[in-house]
Structures are given as C-alpha cells and as structure tokens.
Design a protein around this ligand. Structure first.
Ligand SMILES: [Zn+2]
Length: 397
C-alpha cells in the first residue's frame, strides 16, 4: 500500500514536472515567435503593439569568466635541489600559499621559462636550463591550465628537450603555446573553451633564443616576435575565439619600467585587437596599463609579471605577482561584445632561508621575520604596479 502510494506520487510528480516543462517551452516559443514578428514587422505594426513592445525586446545575455596570470617559473638548481625527494621532485609545497589565488579563476596562465625535459636527459641550471617534469605536475596541481613556452630559454638544451617537455605537457592535458611539436601542432590555434560559453585564444612569442639558432625548417620549435606573423595570428584568433590573449617574452632584463620597444609592440598588438597582453622576461615587475587600440578598444597590459618562482636573489627579482581580470561577454540583438574589466593584482615574494625552503608568499602575508620592512615594501610595490592604473585592486584576504 505504502509502496503503491509512493509510485503514484512519483507518477503525479513526473506529470507535473512534464507539464511545467511544456509550459516553459511554450513560453519560449512564444517569445521567439514575437521576437521574430517584431524584427520583421513594419513600423506601423510596431506602433500598434505599443507598450507590449518593451516586453518583447530580445534578451540580453551576459556571461563572465576570470583569468589569472603569473610570470617566470625559472627553475635554478637551488630550486630543484630543494624540491628533491627520495623518488623524484615535489614543487607543490613551494606553492601552498598562492594556490588559493590560482585555482579560483576560470583560466590560469603561467610563463614556463625553463623547459621541463625531465631528469633522464640530465637536469641543468643557468645558463642552459633543463628542469624536472614535476614542475609541470605542480603547476597543474595549483590550477594552471595554460603555459607559454616561447622564451629565450626554449632552445637551451636543443630540440629533444623541447619535444620531451611537450610530451609531458600533453600527458598532463595542459594547454601549451608558443613552442610546438611540429608544423601541424603550430597550425592548431590554442583556444580555451569555458563552460560559460566564452572562448579565449592564447598566442605566445619571444624576442629571441639567447643566440641559439632555430634548427633549419623547424620554426615551429619556438615562436619568434614578428609583427606580420603576430598581426595575422591575432586576426585568425579573433575569428575563432571571443577574446585574444597575447603572451610576449620581451623587454630588458632587470628594468622596472617598460622600454620604448615594449610600448611600441604593445601598441601594435592593441591596434590589431588583442584583448590582453601578458608580458614577461625582465624578471622584475613592470606596471599594468590600458592601451587604446586604433578602433578605440582598450587592451589590458601587464608589461612584466616578474619572477614567480626562481633561485635569483636580488630583491626585486624575488618579487612577482598574480594578475587577475574578468572577461565579460554580452550578447544583445545578435551583437556580441567582449569587455576586459576589474583588474586585480596580488604581489608575491620568493621566500627562502639559506637557499632552501623555497616558498612563494603573497606579500600582504609577509611578516617582519620573512622580510625586514615587509609592510613598506608591499606598499611600494602596490604603488609601482598601479601608477598608470589607479583603479587596480589588490587582493588582501
Ligand atoms: Zn626570459
């Protein structure tokens, strides 16, 4: 009896749900019908429906996603020796304090400055790096889902290390951009498709490869900065994705302000319609800015994201950060617009004692014990990053 009652109530519930769904569908059909009628209606008809017109305006759809970006992961031997375990390497403890800020955005980008060719091929430090695979595992673990591998260290240990690194990124299902397995791999645009229905293309280029020539006929091994190619690729990406992020490995090392050459290239990228430019290579932070392109759109630029994790010891080379932004897509009457907004920044510091216990710490969390005059340094970095962008927000909780 009880069982029968339950079955009956389930049947009634299902019927109700079915009717509700039908009603909803009908409502949607009506809306589509009226929208269609409205768009094809003459002015006279429009006037006739009068006040009803307001109710049947095509719907405005708004969607948002967020992006985080970090700079150079430069794995010196001090860093990988510190990460060494009995069975391999573990870089995850170095990123514990920053993980909450990296895995809370829809997309997280990093510049993997050193190739992760793995230990079997022989690890190496400056000036020609080869890093453990586990660097990639740690980035994956903290939420990174796009890496740029176009930089001046890409060819440090030759083609084989690039290929070994790419195989490892593939095994992690990580989107890599800027260096490729072969020509077909390079032809495939890197487009992140978010669940929110916003697609973001990632292009990456470097100014050079420390004088190491790109092997003949193998230009796919690293993307070099070439304005004509960049313009073509931005145009191709704009056709296939909602937003375009351009990663540029450029500028002068250790300079805290962008060079004229950086500014000119960023202006060029803005004119081509790039939505976001993520700069890196100087190993120190350079300010953020909005750069207006020729069509009036404003491109969000981080001139240099600094070092995120490295063994470098000069003060400003131990400071990097996490840039965050929102990408908003609005669809209204067949018109799609993309807006980059609410820029945020979290300055970070590479803490270590006696070249071990490397950890990346948000600067607002630093104690006097971690860094003398921590609060004053933090304020100075905030002022530096926001000097051209007064509205830049700093996340402090
Ligand atoms: Zn570099």
């Amino acid at each position: 009896m009880l069982k029968g009652g339950k079955v009956l109530s389930i049947a009634v519930l299902s019927l109700l749900l079915f009717l509700a769904a039908c009603a909803q569908m009908e409502e949607r059909d009506n809306l589509e019908e009226t929208t269609k009628t409205n768009s094809s209606a003459s002015e006279k008809q429009t006037a006739l429906i009068g006040t009803k017109k307001e109710m049947i305006q095509p719907k405005k759809i708004e969607q948002e996603i967020t992006l985080s970006a970090i700079g150079d992961i430069l794995v010196h031997s001090t860093v990988y020796e510190d990460a060494r375990t009995e069975s391999g390497f573990d870089f995850k403890p170095m990123l514990t304090h920053v993980k909450p800020f990296l895995n809370d955005t829809t997309i997280t980008f990093a510049n993997q400055e050193t190739m992760i060719g793995g230990e079997a091929f022989g690890l190496s430090t400056y000036p020609r790096f080869n890093s453990p695979f586990e660097v990639g595992d740690a980035l994956k673990d903290v939420g990174v889902n796009v890496v740029s591998i176009a930089n001046n260290h890409t060819l440090d240990r030759g083609e084989e290390v690039v290929q070994r690194a790419i195989k490892h990124w593939q095994s992690l299902d990580m989107m890599y951009t800027g260096a490729y397995q072969d020509e077909a791999d390079r032809e495939r645009l890197r487009i992140f498709e978010s669940e929110e229905g916003i697609s973001v293309a990632f292009l990456a280029y470097t100014y050079g490869t420390n004088g190491i020539p790109v092997p003949d006929g193998k230009n796919y091994l690293v993307n070099l900065i070439d304005q004509e190619i960049i313009a073509g690729e931005i145009a191709r990406a704009r056709k296939q994705a909602d937003a375009v992020v351009l990663s540029l490995h450029f500028g002068n090392e250790y300079e805290r302000m962008p060079s004229e050459a950086q500014k000119q290239l960023v202006q060029f990228a803005a004119d081509q319609g790039a939505d976001i430019v993520l700069g890196h290579h100087p190993h120190v932070l350079q300010p953020m800015d909005w750069v207006e392109g020729k069509d009036g759109k404003h491109t969000l630029v981080v001139y240099s994201l600094g070092n995120f994790l490295s063994g470098q010891d000069e003060f400003y080379r131990r400071i990097g950060g996490i840039a965050q932004m929102t990408i908003k897509k609005t669809i209204e009457a067949d018109l799609e617009t993309i807006e980059v907004m609410t820029p945020k920044f979290i300055p970070t510091f590479v803490k270590y004692d006696d070249r071990s216990h490397f950890e990346v710490i948000p600067m607002y969390q630093l104690t006097e014990e971690d860094l003398t005059d921590a609060a004053a340094h933090y304020e100075a970095i905030k002022a530096h990053m926001s000097q051209w962008m007064p509205e830049l927000e700093f996340i402090e909780d």
